[in-house]
Ligand binder design. Sequence first.
Ligand SMILES: [Zn+2]
Length: 156
Amino acid sequence: MKEKYKQQDVREALEQMYNGKCCYCENGIGAESYEHIEHLKPKALPKFHKLTYDWNNLHWCCQICNTSKGDQWDDNNPIVDPTIDDPQQLIEFDVVTGEVIARHPRGETTIKHACLNRKKLVESRNKVGEHVRELILQAKRTTSSSDKDFYKKMYN
Ligand SMILES: [Zn+2]
């Protein structure tokens, strides 16, 4: 079978492994986009043909990230592999702008290839950021003086 990697058991295992979220943008897949099986190392490149059915090369991805990345590959600074790498070491969130920032050239590749600063993602991150800021302000307003004394002792 030509596209054996698309079988239902493979799809279900990947969806479960990634908790239904895209391996790059971490958005839930299904409500607004179709799921794609991502070949981290692009199967279209001759040097990676043999990895077409390699479990370690298959990931759960949203349609937009998968389409953005396409067959791009950078040998010197490969895209983040969330099953091996700690993405927080390579990419960080800017809580002010909602954009992601590279902490390492591999993070830069990931941001560029998966288009992780696209408008909808930045807007979505900003909504979460606004909600978190509001919760912090609310907590500050409702924290009792004994709580404040406790926090001062803890953090001073
Ligand atoms: Zn995505």
